[in-house]
Design a binder for this molecule. Structure first.
Ligand SMILES: Nc1ncnc2c1ncn2[C@@H]1O[C@H](COP(=O)(O)OP(=O)(O)O)[C@@H](O)[C@H]1O
Ligand SMILES: [Mg+2]
Length: 264
């Protein structure tokens, strides 16, 4: 095979978002967003509250219907697919506000998202081989996220940091090509955040690519290969951390600092 074909395939985006808009009555939550997520990368997404970061994840995952524009996963147009199908094609996510099944055990929370069981829904939990496969996969993710010894506890009994990690384990159980993390460090203390940085580094090779929304600039700096900054549903800057975090539009959006020489 032609080696240049191989390398071009390796660089084909996992996700391509083109001119994506999502409007709610008068509010333009997303207003013509273009972006690509490349294989193996962590794309950091920053922006002040209300910038449209969660709306971006919600629209990619099919929770919101796009008003216009296109979303492609690899070559497949997923813009108008229902949420469960987008999940099955390989888009996993965590939520800004933790959403766990609190009465279920830690292990059960991961099992419900299991790819092995989703492929055999009728035989589901009772089918020996699928069950064993799903259990092994679930324990693998729980071990990776230091939750294996808590697998039989109820999800409600977990500390905040552990609950956030369980959300990640559950998303991984769906074997995503693309993992979307919505403010995973929100509400975490310093040591929990450091642990999270370590965990994301550990899991990155298990998924095709990660899109990471965060306010914690230390975390964003340490984890992101590239950063995209948003405000009012638009992309205002994109590139390396050093460039984006000093970009005048980003400073203005976050800190209200006017670029030098700007007329008001
Ligand atoms: N379901 C919705 N209905 C109405 N407006 C919404 C809805 N979801 C988001 N918005 C609006 O879209 C904008 C972007 O919100 P969001 O994506 O949650 O911002 P961020 O995650 O960057 O803080 C906000 O003005 C928000 O009020
Ligand atoms: Mg949000």
């Amino acid at each position: 095979m032609n080696p240049s074909m191989l390398s071009s395939q390796a660089h084909e985006p996992i996700l391509t978002v083109s001119a994506l808009s999502k409007h709610f009555w008068g509010v333009k939550a997303l207003d013509g967003i273009d972006l690509e997520v490349l294989p193996g990368e962590i794309l950091g997404i920053i922006g002040p509250n209300g910038a449209g970061k969660t709306a971006l994840i919600n629209t990619i995952t099919g929770f919101y219907r796009a008003t216009s524009g296109h979303i492609k996963l690899g070559h497949e147009d997923i813009t108008h697919l229902p949420m469960h199908q987008i999940g099955r094609l390989g888009v996993g996510r965590t939520f800004q506000n933790i959403r766990l099944f609190k009465r279920m055990s830690v292990l059960e929370n991961v099992l419900v998202a299991s790819k092995a069981l989703a492929q055999h829904p009728l035989r589901s939990l009772w089918a020996g081989r699928q069950r064993k496969e799903a259990m092994e996969a679930a324990m693998h993710w729980l071990t990776l996220l230091q939750l294996a010894d808590k697998s039989n506890q109820s999800a409600a009994s977990l500390s905040y940091g552990d609950a956030r990690r369980l959300e990640i384990a559950r998303a991984l159980a769906g074997a995503p090509k693309l993992l979307l993390l919505d403010e995973p460090a929100a509400g975490m203390n310093e040591s929990e955040t450091q642990q999270l940085i370590h965990d994301v580094q550990k899991i990155r090779s298990s998924v095709g690519a990660i899109m990471l929304i965060e306010h914690d600039m230390n975390l964003i700096r340490q984890l992101s290969d590239r950063i995209l900054a948003m405000d009012y549903g638009k992309k205002i800057a994109q590139g390396d951390a050093d460039v984006v975090l000093k970009h005048p539009e980003v400073l203005r959006a976050y800190l209200g600092i006017e670029p030098e020489g700007a007329s008001v």
